[in-house]
Ligand binder design. Structure first.
Ligand SMILES: Nc1ncnc2c1ncn2[C@@H]1O[C@H](COP(=O)(O)OP(=O)(O)OC[C@H]2O[C@@H]([n+]3cccc(C(=O)O)c3)[C@H](O)[C@@H]2O)[C@@H](O)[C@H]1O
Ligand SMILES: Nc1ncnc2c1ncn2[C@@H]1O[C@H](COP(=O)(O)OP(=O)(O)OP(=O)(O)O)[C@@H](O)[C@H]1O
Ligand SMILES: NC(=O)CC[C@H](N)C(=O)O
Length: 711
């Protein structure tokens, strides 16, 4: 006889410290879950204060306000009749824990603290939380008085226990725990826990979803069970975009998947599952043998049913069928992830739109296309009549809330909120200027085309008058130093102009308040190599492409050319990347790759080895000897590695002031959160060079790479 149960999980666009907004989104998700007949609802990690509060988690206020919001949720009878699994931080015995609070009908059932905290890459949970390291250990927790008054309970169980209802057993694991080799769900499954909830704050990274999805599906493919995964979504105040994608899995099969990129603040997915499917799936002798020796969880008994009594079985209830997981291509991830992040950012900071220095090159073009993608999403949601998006679109575009204005096309919306500017000098070419203009016209941005030679000349004149020396370009006989200085002053003045225009353009168009956010367009590879002028247009307010590689950006533009129907983009792909800061002569046209001494493809390889494979110069060289065998001689490989580390080291200081970028790439050099490194480094790496030289010498004396032995 089947035991159908309807369960819900959700993705909420929580914002750090937005206690009331977060509470309202949680309430809405509970109402939606109940409307869909669910008897269990799980929400994202730390959903009450928002996952990304970072060091605010050290403030007691965050814990107080979290309880205050929780009390409001629990005491609202709209939240009765469904088991709730809500994420919030809790102080227990003076220590701070990242917790899940399970409740039913206004009573707390269990508080389950996170056991294995996330502390790598973007995550610093150990800065503020204590891990509950003792598996299956449970204590008493005395509820705050505000809760005691509502629930009539004084103390509840706090620790690694599970909930036993009249019909099933529910256990909780939290985000990172799923990623660990000895994930709690294994012991839980062996101990008969049938439903495992996972509450997460997991960020988007290009090509990462597959890893997360395979971990989630594997969790129950091996052991059987129902896995309810809930993830935060959106920009909650930092460089990360949490990419939702909540999931409901049974025995390794996907029954429901939430959206990865969307402008919905609240998204609830549900599935109806037969508990008997889990019981049948687990009828495996070897698993049974292991269950006899696996640890036993304390059960908190709750006399409620979450599936209908089998005697009252309703033949009209249909179980949810299996479906395929949907993955976006990396190009689509670039189109939608940063676009959703920009939208959250601009509406939450009450900005009047964006300002982008548009050079006619591929990077600022990619940034512009991402803004265009954002405008398309906004218009799509407006067409659907999404009230909140319409309200936000009006606010960003400068209309009062009572206005009836709704953007009809992405271009109409862009014209209100997106400003692009070509800042030409005598080194600029007609081609880049025209490309910028044509792209702006297609996107609909408010475009300004200006020349700035007079400013560059005046500044250089001040220098000449003061010092009596006149710097000249290398192509006309100047030194490298003079050549660089003349380039940098153009690039840096563009930044100054950008901020002036960002502040005043809305005013020139009749808006009396609000400025534009300046967008930066330095990609991950040039940041890593340091091929940018410190405090030029790479210094902006935010940068949607700062951790995306040039190779991926080109793929994205090729994709957009077809899929966003923008034939003009072909011209950007075909153009040679150039800074246009040196005079163009018959024998010289500046080119990025020639200037840098690396192709963008090489920088991608070197960058990944440095960060993801954690290579220093010596081990990078050894790896590349094999990887580039037949493509480069060992000496050329050694030179590439040495030059790469040289430029990386002398330019690392630029990362200390690098514009906050959307985190998208595992080899991002972001100095503030993801890639913490010193910025005063001896660029010669003398000992590593010595070791590399030793290998080169050995190779010179006839040994092949395959037979070469090194100390
Ligand atoms: N260790 C250290 N710690 C802290 N600060 C340090 C430092 N070393 C230099 N500095 C500072 O940094 C300054 C040098 O940096 P910066 O002024 O940026 O100048 P710099 O790195 O010398 O030159 C700019 C680089 O970007 C390239 N570029 C220019 C323009 C556009 C593009 C493009 O993307 O297409 C590329 C250009 O070819 C060149 O390689 C020094 O004057 C000094 O003030
Ligand atoms: N002529 C220009 N007009 C407006 N902005 C410019 C111009 N030249 C450069 N910029 C701005 O400065 C940034 C860095 O300039 P750079 O010449 O290094 O371009 P890049 O990194 O190759 O990027 P792009 O591909 O966008 O040209 C650009 O992304 C752009 O935002
Ligand atoms: N909040 C977490 O525990 C997140 C950690 C996890 N490794 C992730 O990237 O998704």
């Amino acid at each position: 006889m089947p035991h159908y149960i309807t369960v819900a999980t959700c993705s909420l666009n929580q914002w750090s410290l937005d206690f009331e907004g977060n509470r309202d989104r949680i309430m809405e998700s509970i109402r939606l879950a109940k409307d869909k007949g669910a008897r269990l609802r799980v929400g994202p990690e730390l959903e009450i204060p928002g996952y990304g509060c970072l060091d605010h988690f050290l403030e007691n206020d965050v814990y107080l306000h979290s309880w205050e919001m929780y009390a409001q949720i629990l005491s609202n009878e709209d939240t009765y009749g469904i088991v709730l699994d809500i994420g919030m931080p809790i102080i227990h015995k003076n220590r701070r824990y990242n917790c899940r609070v399970l409740s039913y009908d206004g009573k707390v059932l269990l508080i389950r603290p996170k056991i294995f905290l996330a502390n790598d890459g973007n995550y610093r949970e150990m800065r503020y939380f204590t891990p509950w390291l003792k598996a299956r250990y449970v204590e008493e927790y005395v509820l705050p008085r505000i809760l005691q008054r509502i629930t009539g309970q004084t103390a509840v169980r706090f620790g690694d226990a599970v909930i036993s209802t009249l019909d099933t057993v529910i256990g909780a694991e939290t985000c990172e725990e799923l990623f660990t080799p000895q994930a709690p769900h294994i012991d839980m499954c062996l101990d008969g826990i049938e439903i495992i909830t996972n509450s997460s704050g997991s960020h988007h990274e290009l090509r990462k979803l597959n890893t997360r999805m395979s971990l989630i599906t594997e969790a129950t493919r091996k052991c059987g069970g129902i896995y309810l995964y809930s993830n935060q979504k959106g920009c909650d105040g930092d460089r990360l975009y949490y990419d939702g994608c909540s999931l409901i899995i049974v025995n390794g099969k996907v029954l429901a998947q939430g959206k990865q990129f969307s402008l919905d603040d609240v998204e609830v997915i549900t599935a109806t599952i037969d508990l008997e499917d889990v019981r049948s799936y687990r009828a495996i002798i070897s698993h049974g043998l292991q269950s006899r020796v696996s640890p036993v969880y304390e059960r908190v008994h709750v006399p409620v049913e979450i599936s209908p009594d089998s005697l009252n079985f309703d033949l009209g209830v249909e179980p949810t069928l299996e479906r395929e997981i949907h993955y976006f291509k990396p190009e689509e991830e670039i189109a939608y992830g940063p676009a959703c992040w920009l939208w959250d950012y601009i509406r939450r900071c009450h900005g009047a739109g964006f300002f982008l220095p548009l050079s006619g090159g591929i990077d600022s073009c990619a940034t512009a296309v991402i803004v265009h993608s954002m405008c398309r999403l906004v218009v799509k949601y407006c067409e659907r009549g999404e009230k909140r998006v319409i309200r936000d679109a009006r606010a960003v575009a400068g209309f009062p809330p009572e206005s009836k204005w709704v953007p009809k096309t992405p271009q109409e919306f862009a014209n209100k909120i997106f400003h692009t500017c070509y800042m030409g000098t005598k080194n600029s070419s007609k081609e880049t200027r025209e490309r910028a203009k044509a792209l702006a016209a297609i996107i609909g941005s408010y475009h300004v085309d200006l020349n700035m030679d007079s400013i560059v000349n005046s500044i250089v004149n001040v220098f000449e008058v003061t010092t009596g020396k006149k710097p000249i370009y290398k192509v006309f006989g100047g030194s490298n130093t003079e050549n660089l200085a003349l380039q940098n002053i153009q690039a840096r003045l563009r930044m100054v102009l950008a901020y002036l225009f960002a502040q005043l353009l809305p005013w020139t168009r009749g808006r009396n308040s609000g400025g534009l956010l300046v967008l930066g367009s330095a990609n991950v590879d040039e940041q890593l190599r340091g091929y940018l002028t410190k405090y030029d247009c790479s210094s902006a307010d935010i940068n949607p492409i700062g951790s995306i590689s040039k190779v991926d950006l080109i793929r994205f533009i090729k994709w957009a050319q077809v899929n966003l129907d923008m034939p003009i983009l072909r011209q950007f792909v075909d153009a040679t990347p150039t800074a246009e800061l040196e005079p163009i002569t018959d024998s010289h046209v500046q080119s990025d790759e020639a200037d840098m001494g690396f192709t963008y493809e090489e920088l991608g390889v070197l960058g990944r080895l440095r960060k993801i494979e954690k290579c220093g110069p010596y081990s990078m060289f050894i790896k590349l000897l094999h990887l580039w065998q037949g493509k480069k001689t060992p000496k050329q490989t050694a030179e590439k590695v040495e030059n790469f580390f040289y430029y990386y080291s002398i330019n690392r200081h630029k990362q200390t002031v690098s514009t906050p970028s959307y985190h998208a790439e595992q080899y991002s050099p972001d100095d503030h959160r993801f890639d913490l490194r010193p910025f005063l480094i001896d660029p010669r790496f003398p000992w590593a060079r010595h070791k590399i030289d030793q290998v080169l010498e050995k190779l010179d004396t006839s040994e092949t790479i395959d037979t070469l032995t090194v100390d």
